[in-house]
Ligand binder design. Structure first.
Ligand code: ADP
Ligand code: MG
Length: 429
């Protein structure tokens, strides 16, 4: 076989997982089983790469490190380390290749560190830069590991051939890495769009359900309420009046829940006015302090200046309540919630940080989707509605979270006016 053919074989082997994933993972979220699938796929590919590596200039050439890097970047730390373990294990027990063992571990450690930045990065350029950096780094390590064997026995004519080969190998390596990335990015993009469609579909169902509940249940409720009121007026006996009152108050509660649910399902901004962010936060903090006290949570709001935005005051407060309540609920035992407000470059930033139980990467991806809840009595509507409202207000919500450490929710909204410095307030249990 020609060298070009052997290289092409490597290219095809390395690209296989990307193609397979695009076949099997249509619109599905990465679950536990798909993580394993990815781990097995990449380990197999790395092993196949090694087994069909070809000898030129007395050293083996192949792409074994590409699946390793990709497994970290697209599968996360767990998948990455499984693939590393397979590579190391194979080379330890079977191939006795110390250079590969060391190189794999070094690449794994660097990829692990880079993968955190990679997975959170939204910019394509950053991603490509990280990927290229890792690819070049692994190429560098590879050459380092074979350099002495390569150059000892070479004459000058062979040197030119070697250089030629290296250039080809180099280009093929980089292009294959980039093409694999493209495949994975396309899969992610497709899944994201499909997920959004499903999400929209569900939201519509919720909205329709709520609307029909409002019509079908609210009207009879009103009729029943009316008659009960009439009957109460006609009633002569003392304890009968009491029963009517009880029935009426329960009816009111039912009405309230129905209305509330309608509000939830169809979030929209009604009265737009200039709203002081800091004042709203103060009011919400006062409102939630009893709840926080009960849960042994310290609520602390910090700001240095008054910040105004233009929006629906009621809905803005509702968003704050939703997020702060989630924070309170995330704290088990004693805890602390900081609400920081500041402005920068025409945006008002509100950051709600808690030291609660936090979320895993998997959870973080799902937060804000309809009905997603991990609570026994949760509805999974709060964050979804808040996301939608903030979007309508022209703002953005970003979640930062680490399991066991806590969660930061950052809301950014367009500023309305520059305010004055007002101070800080503190509410503690
Ligand atoms: P609910 O509160 O009814 O469960 P939400 O939409 O408000 O619904 O929240 C969805 C899920 O997101 C919660 O069940 C929880 O698992 C997670 N979550 C939201 N905020 C936080 C937070 N601050 N800390 C930890 N988990 C959170
Ligand atoms: Mg909630």
């Amino acid at each position: 076989m020609l060298v070009a053919e052997k290289l092409l074989l490597q290219v095809l082997i390395v690209l296989t997982p990307g193609f397979l994933m695009s076949l099997f993972y249509n619109g599905k979220r990465m679950s536990n089983s798909s993580t394993w699938f990815l781990a097995i796929l990449h380990s197999t590919v790395a092993l196949i790469c090694m087994s069909v590596s070809y000898f030129e200039f007395q050293v083996p050439w192949d792409f074994r490190y590409i699946p390793l890097i990709l497994s970290f970047l697209y599968g996360g730390a767990r998948v990455g380390w499984v693939v590393t373990a397979v590579l190391v294990g194979f080379n330890f027990f079977y191939a006795f290749d110390l250079a590969t063992i060391l190189t794999s571990i070094v690449i794994a450690v660097v990829s692990h560190i880079m993968s955190m930045k990679y997975q959170f990065s939204r910019s394509r350029i950053t991603k490509i830069a990280i990927l290229l950096a890792l690819a070049f780094f692994s190429l560098f390590l590879k050459f380092l590991s074979i350099a002495d064997e390569l150059f000892i026995s070479l004459e000058s004519t062979a040197m030119i051939l070697l250089m030629n080969h290296m250039v080809f190998y180099f280009i093929a390596f980089i292009l294959t890495t980039l093409f694999s990335m493209l495949l994975y990015e396309l899969i992610n993009e497709k899944n994201r769009i499909l997920g959004e469609i499903i999400q929209k579909e569900r939201q519509n169902t919720v909205a329709e359900l709520a609307a029909s509940i409002a019509h079908e249940v609210r009207n009879p409720l009103t009729v029943v309420k009316g008659f009960l009121q009439l009957m109460r007026e006609d009633s002569k006996r003392e304890n009968e009046v009491e029963y009517y009152n009880l029935a009426l108050s329960e009816l009111e509660r039912a009405e309230y829940i129905v209305t509330d649910y309608l509000d939830f399902a169809k979030p929209k901004l009604n009265k737009i006015e200039v709203v002081s962010v800091t004042k709203c936060i103060q009011e919400v903090v006062s409102l939630l302090t009893p709840l926080a006290l009960k849960e042994n949570v310290e609520l602390l709001a910090i700001y240095t200046e008054n910040i105004d935005i233009k929006t629906d005051r009621y809905q803005f407060k509702q968003v704050l309540i939703n997020f702060i309540k989630n924070s309170i609920e995330a704290i088990n035992g004693e805890g602390k919630i900081n609400i920081k407000v500041h402005q920068s470059k025409g945006l008002a930033y509100i950051k709600i940080s808690d030291n609660g139980k936090g979320m895993s990467q998997e959870q973080l991806k799902q937060v804000g989707t309809v009905y997603y809840t991990t609570k026994k009595e949760g509805t999974g509507l709060g964050t979804m509605v808040s996301f939608q409202l903030i979007k309508q207000m022209g703002g953005k919500v970003t979640f930062y979270s680490r399991e066991g450490v806590g969660t930061d929710v950052q809301i950014s909204l367009p500023l309305y006016m520059n305010g004055r410095t007002v101070g800080a307030w503190r509410v503690t249990p």
